[in-house]
Ligand binder design. Structure first.
Ligand SMILES: C[S@@+](CC[C@H](N)C(=O)[O-])C[C@H]1O[C@@H](n2cnc3c(N)ncnc32)[C@H](O)[C@@H]1O
Length: 270
């Protein structure tokens, strides 16, 4: 794989920003460089200039590039300990309330959203919930909206679901369509899916719980703090904020959030 210098990366980022308004300049440089190098080799582009040309000359390729860079790896009920805690503690705190607003920031293809929706249904909260699910990658958002996942993973998801305290079987929530499973047995009138870039787009809605799991892993410290500020604005005091098991909060996060549960990486707004 080709080595990419900081200068090459900076000019690539500038070109993408000028042309498409997408800013990757605060993505964590080591993994960003690794991914850019992988795109260069996978699409036989020789070097970063070849990539730069391809991105500028082929308006569709920018989406392929985003796909490759953002790697939307996800699964249903990922890290079942987290979902158990969500079910047995956090959601119970919303039982007496009349409404519950949730934002899945960086939802990828939606597996996390449908996992949470199943919990909301099983804990009898679905009728009072409003859910917003967003991602930078518009193809992922389309897939998340459809709620159709490959049947290949259902065995693993079923196991995760059970470990997460699942009350039925996953079959209760989907209809098979060829090799895929469409999760169409969950009421979704109050679910909105749309493209949103955490780096630059504002968010005017307000939430009680924000998920941003396995997204900040790609951001440097400056960008993480900017994004935390955005989440802080969108939550009431005491509102919940959840990150992924491998995510790390930036130095200085304590002015915005306090740790609620270290085992599930859950925080509350201060
Ligand atoms: C590894 S997936 C995480 C999916 C899900 N939250 C989970 O934990 O299973 C990371 C997602 O972050 C999204 N992402 C990366 N940069 C983003 C940005 N600037 N704004 C919004 N989403 C972003 C990617 O497109 C990708 O779908």
């Amino acid at each position: 794989m080709s080595d990419i210098s900081d200068e090459e990366l900076a000019s690539l980022n500038r070109a993408i920003f000028n042309r498409y308004g997408m800013d990757f300049s605060n993505y964590e440089p080591i993994s960003f460089k690794r991914r850019v190098a992988r795109v260069i080799s996978r699409y036989q582009l020789e070097n970063s200039i070849g990539l730069w040309r391809k991105i500028l000359s082929d308006g569709q390729f920018i989406y392929t590039f985003i796909d490759e860079i953002t790697v939307g790896l996800t699964e249903m009920f990922r890290n079942h300990e987290f979902w158990l805690r969500m079910r047995s503690d956090i959601l119970l705190q919303f039982q007496p309330r009349s409404s519950l607003r949730i934002w899945h920031a960086g939802c990828s293809t939606g597996e996390e959203v449908y996992s949470m929706a199943i919990l909301l249904l099983e804990e009898d909260l679905i009728h009072k919930v409003k859910v917003v699910a967003t991602d930078l990658n518009s193809q992922s958002v389309q897939l998340a909206t459809a709620g159709t996942f490959s049947g290949m993973y259902m065995g693993a998801y079923q196991k995760n679901y059970r470990a997460a305290g699942g009350k039925k079987t996953l079959e209760a929530y989907y209809t098979p369509e060829g090799d895929a499973m469409r999760f169409n047995k969950i009421p979704r009138q109050n679910f909105k899916f749309y493209q949103h870039n955490l780096v630059k787009d504002p968010m005017t809605e307000r939430f009680d719980i924000i998920f941003c799991r396995n997204v900040m892993i790609y951001f440097d410290e400056v960008l993480k703090l900017n994004v935390l500020r955005l989440f802080h604005q969108c939550l009431p005091a005491g509102g919940f904020f959840v990150i992924g098991f491998y995510d790390a909060m930036p130095d200085g996060y304590r002015q915005y959030f306090e740790l609620y549960d270290p085992n599930t990486k859950t925080y509350r707004k201060v």
